[in-house]
Design a binder for this molecule. Structure first.
Ligand code: AP5
Length: 228
């Protein structure tokens, strides 16, 4: 099974993917997370991509596709893949189709998490992360047990460099220009499911899980109305 998670910065893709991967035994492939880990390690890849990420620009397609292809080559002991933040351009979408075709796989479901802009800004400005385990927190919605410290690693949480307001504006614009057109691409293939991501984490998880359960039971997407 291959599931894609699309949505603007701060929509909650990473939060949902974390939980869904555990519930459905799906291997999560989050391009943002993979790149951030490389930046922290100061690897060759990390050095190459750091500048783009800091400025809120998209990393070039060729680099990203190599990262995803390499990650999927490891194979997975899981039932399939949950792709978070990939594809983001038409080129990436086409190369993903090709990659999956070569592996005899296909995309099953594409979730489009929709969140209003003021809520996106609230989520991004309050987001904190641990630079060791990369767990996510939020100053209001998901507080650590001890102020500003990771519950698991005990080290200080940080704000992502690309979460500064001017960079966030740039990321949102790029999302509208480069990634939003992909929604139509998947809608035409009857794979797209719009999710109201404005509600709390549990409710968004319930909505997405209902579609995955239905897909697993019936092998195809059910109509929205049946699940409401
Ligand atoms: P990436 O890390 O993928 O950033 P993004 O897509 O902009 O998404 P975010 O991580 O900002 O948000 P999210 O939707 O995962 O929300 P989250 O769950 O954290 O990419 C970063 C950079 O890497 C890009 O700018 C680019 O440079 C590069 N890159 C990555 N992929 C690329 C690609 N394919 N092509 C080219 N370049 C690429 O939630 C946000 C906050 O809200 C958290 O604090 C969370 O606790 C809270 N929250 C989540 N859900 C809820 C809820 N329902 N209610 C209340 N709070 C919530």
């Amino acid at each position: 099974m291959v599931i894609l998670m699309i949505g603007p910065p701060g929509a909650g893709k990473g939060t949902q993917v974390e939980r869904l991967s555990r519930r459905y035994c799906l291997d999560k492939v989050g391009t943002g997370d993979i790149l951030r880990q490389e930046v922290v390690k100061k690897s060759e890849l990390g050095v190459k991509v750091e500048g783009y990420m800091k400025k809120g620009q998209l990393v070039p397609d060729d680099i990203i596709i190599d990262v995803v292809a390499g990650r999927m080559e490891w194979g997975s002991g899981c039932r399939g893949y949950l792709l978070d933040g990939f594809p983001r351009t038409q080129e990436q979408a086409q190369r993903l189709d090709h990659l999956l075709q070569e592996r005899g796989e296909k995309i099953d479901l594409v979730f489009n998490i929709e969140v209003s802009e003021p809520e996106l800004i609230r989520r991004i400005s309050g987001r904190r992360i641990c630079t060791k385990c990369f767990r996510l927190y939020h100053i209001d919605y998901l507080k650590p047990q001890v102020d500003e410290l990771c519950d698991y690693c005990g080290i200080p949480l940080i704000q992502r460099e690309d979460d500064r307001e001017e960079v966030v504006r740039k990321r949102l614009t790029l999302y509208r220009e480069e990634t939003e057109p992909l929604l139509e691409y998947y809608r035409c293939q009857s794979k797209l499911i719009d999710i109201n991501g404005n509600s709390h984490t549990e409710e968004v998880f319930r909505q997405i899980s209902a579609y995955i359960d239905s897909h697993l039971t019936h092998g195809s997407r059910s109509k929205k109305a049946e699940l409401k």
